[in-house]
Design a protein around this ligand. Structure first.
Ligand SMILES: Cc1cc2nc3c(=O)[nH]c(=O)nc-3n(C[C@H](O)[C@H](O)[C@H](O)COP(=O)(O)OP(=O)(O)OC[C@H]3O[C@@H](n4cnc5c(N)ncnc54)[C@H](O)[C@@H]3O)c2cc1C
Length: 506
């Protein structure tokens, strides 16, 4: 190690030598993993974060102000993605060539590339969850403080966008029956107290934490990168060891932590559980996978609007279970292809807006992960799966309603609806499920705190536990959920003597 890794990371060999000292091994360094790790460390636990990818960015890419017109931001993103596949049962049978869905692997996971939209789920989103909406409130408050969410009604953190045109747009949409508000975003609008304010990312939260240090020095939180959890090995009803592929050397090692937290992103957490044979204990492992229904469109003003830099949101309602996001008009390109004005070849000339609708999809048991064993050995099985996913007729109707409502919104704003596109499953990058939580083991894999019903020392901190898709973007809710999960885990870990204490006393 000679670069950034030498400063921030611990060699896997150091960790493997004393892995029974680890209270909790967290697999994945996205918001679920880092939020869990830091809370556990606050409560006195010793945590190691295992991350499959490298440390490339110390902060969100938007904070670097890279010029996407020259492709720098997109190229940076491409260095930390691998392709994965979502397909219908028919496409799977015929081995059809479907578009790849990128998976981001690197310190911070997707949080160093996300777009920043950070609304809460609505209380009715929790109707089919085994926890009440009110249970989430303190964790939402905590997550908003951690992520420095602005525009959620807190005067201390005013909306990021506040133009005259935005105010007018909100009035027009609301008058047209689409009540709108400034989008809450995970962008710090405090007057700068310290450098580095900007988009939230779990990478910057981790690197700024006083807990992060070298494993060999006894740090409360240590980071190991380019190390893939390949398999969780069970001993009766517990995880006895975790098989880890060290991508630097190509060697595999065994770790023996007291507890293992899956925070690999919903699909990868469920895939790892399947690859570890945990479906033999809980047959629902890998089932009930879902992603937001996702429509994108553009709208064009007749002339450039210099007054209208906006980011507004029309919230979902129980009757209209999809929300709208409207951003623009753009005078430059956004930082990443999938969220860029380039997406629809529209001109960044101050006339075009980008619009999106995200809708709740039907929850179906048969939408599931299937292992295929494909992919490069370098990625330790991370590509060896497909998500088999079929939309229902209700989903198709909802998608049509989403398209029509986007057009209505464009017209209400005095613009002309432009290109519209229904995106394929998986492309919203808001996936949930696979390790569904339920209040009994017959109906789910995990309990209402993300703990596996049938494996004593294993839990999930990410959206793999979500029983259904909320009506808002998930980052904030994943962060809040991971804090709720970690809060319960810290209490149970503190009740059990650590292995180190056991070995000292014998
Ligand atoms: C371009 C983009 C824009 C987005 N915009 C928004 C938005 O505006 N609002 C919003 O709410 N959401 C948005 N999202 C989605 C949001 O970023 C994700 O839902 C959220 O960050 C997921 O967090 P996570 O911690 O669960 O998983 P991830 O961020 O995916 O992190 C999982 C980590 O685990 C690692 N990992 C996986 N498997 C293994 C393994 N076997 N061993 C070791 N490590 C492993 C991965 O490498 C990865 O770093 C966006 C996503 C993208 C990509």
């Amino acid at each position: 190690m000679t670069g950034l890794d030498a400063v921030f990371e611990s060699p896997i060999s150091d960790v493997a030598r004393a892995s029974s000292d680890i209270d909790c091994l967290v697999i994945g360094s996205g918001t679920a993993g880092v939020s869990t790790a830091l809370l556990l460390a606050d409560r006195g636990c010793r945590v190691v974060i295992l991350e499959a990818g490298p440390l490339r960015l110390l902060s969100h890419i938007g904070n670097l102000r890279l010029a996407d017109t020259t492709g720098l931001a997109s190229r940076m993103s491409d260095t930390v993605t691998i392709p994965t596949r979502w397909m219908t049962p028919r496409q799977a049978q015929s081995d059809a060539d479907v578009p790849a869905i990128p998976a981001w692997i690197g310190v911070g996971g997707r949080t160093v590339f996300w777009t920043g939209t950070a609304p809460r789920y609505k209380s009715w989103d929790f109707d089919d969850w085994p926890i009440a909406a009110d249970d989430m409130v303190p964790y939402y408050d905590q997550a908003e403080r951690l992520m420095k969410v602005s525009g959620n009604g807190n005067e201390d953190q005013p909306p990021f966008y506040r133009s005259v045109g935005q105010k007018l747009a909100i009035e027009r949409l609301t008058a047209a029956g689409l009540p709108a508000r400034p989008t809450p975003v995970g962008i710090d609008t405090h007057r700068a107290r310290r450098l580095g304010a900007g988009f939230d990312s779990s990478a910057s939260r981790l690197l700024a934490s006083e807990h992060l240090g070298k494993f060999a020095d006894g740090a409360a939180v240590s980071l190991v990168t380019q190390a893939i959890a390949v398999k969780l090995q069970t001993e009766r009803d517990r995880i006895g060891s975790v098989v880890v592929l060290d991508r630097r050397s190509g060697n595999t090692l065994l770790l023996h932590p007291r507890h293992v937290v899956l925070a690999a992103g919903a699909v990868q957490s469920a895939r790892l559980a399947l690859a570890s044979g945990l479906d033999r204990l809980s047959p629902l492992v890998g089932h009930y996978v879902n992603d937001h229904l996702f429509v994108q469109s553009t709208a064009e003003f007749p002339t450039a609007r210099d007054d209208a830099n906006m980011n507004v949101m029309v919230d979902a309602t129980p009757e209209r279970p999809f929300h709208l996001q409207i951003q623009g008009p753009f005078k430059g390109t956004w930082y990443h292809q999938s969220n860029s004005t380039m997406w629809v070849n529209c001109n960044p000339d101050g006339t075009h807006m980008m619009m999106a609708a995200f809708g709740v999809g039907s929850v179906e048991k048969d939408n599931r992960i299937v292992l295929t064993g494909e992919g490069s050995a370098e990625y330790g099985g991370m590509q060896g799966f497909r998500v088999i996913y079929e939309r229902t007729p209700r989903d198709e109707q909802r998608l049509a309603a989403m398209q029509a409502t986007l057009d209505e919104a464009a017209i209400a704003l005095g613009s002309t609806p432009g290109k519209t596109q229904i995106n394929p499953p998986g492309s919203a990058l808001h996936e949930i499920g696979g390790l569904r939580m339920a209040d009994n083991p017959a109906h789910g894999v995990t309990d209402p705190y993300g703990r596996f019903w049938r494996v004593e020392n294993l839990s999930t901190a990410d959206a793999s536990a979500f029983p259904s898709q909320g009506s808002a973007n998930p980052y904030l809710t994943i962060t809040a959920w991971s804090l709720r999960h970690a809060d319960a885990l810290a209490r149970s870990l503190s009740k059990k003597p650590s292995r180190t204490a056991e070995s000292v006393s014998t």
